[in-house]
Design a binder for this molecule. Structure first.
Ligand code: CP3
Length: 352
């Protein structure tokens, strides 16, 4: 590797490093026994996120085992609604529950001015991480994209079919635009502060983009993302942005063109040949191993990893999953992926 530059940054600048960089979404999490050990001491997930000692420790855990090319700061996308003053709770076995906001009045009660103060522990964790991670490792900061954060803020929980928010956005697009604008501003400010404290790359998670039709996707995912990218270009020149519009199929192409992101993270349903032909000439691509194949392991895992490397490693590419590591994943399967990617192309012999 060039001693001067991290593989992640090389890939995001459109070049091809000595081997593809890799990291995994949710690489820090419940599949790791050392994570569960730390986690069991704090009942409240948000407090855990807001304790820099703990956030730094669990961010470093996967790096110690697998030496990824990137560390993603440990936090959650729902710290933004929490910072805005909405009631957010993580219930054991149920995931996040929020007191839903469904009117202009509800939006007006939010307090964008308290976000940076409230999220100071996140910036502190980033500052420490940027000193503690190995010098070849890139530090990723992140936020939820406005649409996905709004889904939780309006629906009150994940796992719905987004009927309430889709209905609101259809019936009162001007009101929903107010909410989107507030999230664009807040998210851009929050991300710029992450960069100021040491984040070198930003990823925007739009996990619920897949429920939008073409026009809605343009207005509620592409436009807000584009505005955040523009704001970051101004406030943090040279910091690459990766977008993750999950579940959007071939709309990924208009996302790349319309938002100006440097990289796009693709889910496991996006065909490799289409990614290579259509997206990779336009931007860096990241993905897209099926997280269930990672759970299964064995020959199926080897073949899936090598298929991805064969299809995408000739161009700007970052190896990742199509969605986050799930808690039932055996840690040694992640080790196998690390081995295959780090030893590419030798590792392909006899596989696939
Ligand atoms: O990737 C990483 O390692 C960094 C940490 C990270 C977490 N959440 C930690 C977490 C990141 C990047 C996220 C993003 C996030 N959070 C998204 C976008 C990506 C995606 O998965 O679609 C979303 C939608 C959320 C909201 C969220 N947070 C849900 C739905 C849940 C519950 C589901 C579950 O797995 O329990 C969380 C909780 C959460 N965030 C956990 C972790 C490690 C598990 C909580 C625990 O330890 O008890």
């Amino acid at each position: 590797m060039s001693p001067k530059q991290k593989r992640m940054l090389q890939s995001l600048q459109g070049t091809v490093p000595d081997r593809p960089p890799f990291w995994l979404m949710r690489q820090a999490g419940r599949y790791l026994p050392e994570y569960r050990d730390v986690r069991k001491n704090s009942k409240n997930f948000l407090e855990f996120c807001y304790t820099p000692d703990l956030a730094v420790e669990v961010t470093l855990q996967p790096l110690r085992r697998y030496d990824m090319d990137a560390a993603i700061m440990f936090s959650d996308i729902l710290v933004v609604p929490d910072g805005l003053g909405q009631k957010v709770e993580f219930l054991e076995g149920e995931g996040p529950v929020l007191e839903p906001i469904r009117s202009l009045d509800g939006i007006k009660k939010l307090e964008p001015n308290r976000v940076l103060d409230h999220l100071a522990p996140v910036f502190e964790a980033i500052k420490r991480l940027s000193k503690e991670i190995p010098k070849e490792t890139a530090l990723i900061g992140f936020a939820g994209a406005p649409w996905t954060v709004a889904v939780y803020m309006v629906e009150g929980r994940g796992g719905t079919r987004c009927e309430t928010i889709l209905d609101w956005a259809k019936q009162s697009p001007d009101d929903f635009q107010v909410m989107t604008d507030l999230l664009v501003e807040t998210t851009a400010t929050y991300l710029a502060e992450q960069v100021k404290n040491g984040a070198e790359i930003i990823q925007l998670f739009d996990s619920w983009a897949g429920v939008l039709d073409a026009d809605e996707f343009q207005r509620w995912s592409i436009e807000p993302t584009k505005r955040i990218v523009e704001r970051l270009r101004d406030s943090c020149p040279g910091v690459p942005v990766i977008g993750f519009p999950r579940g959007v199929g071939k709309f990924a192409e208009r996302f790349v063109i319309g938002t100006g992101v440097d990289g796009i993270s693709l889910d496991q349903d996006t065909p490799l040949d289409w990614i290579a032909e259509t997206l990779q000439p336009k931007c860096t691509v990241q993905g897209n191993l099926d997280n269930q194949v990672l759970v299964a392991g064995g020959d199926a895992l080897d073949k899936a990893v090598i298929d991805i490397l064969k299809a995408l490693s000739a161009g700007p590419f970052i190896f990742n999953l199509g969605h986050g590591v799930v808690p039932e994943t055996p840690p040694e399967h992640v080790g196998r992926v690390a081995e295959l990617v780090k030893n590419w192309p030798e590792s392909s012999k006899g596989i696939g």
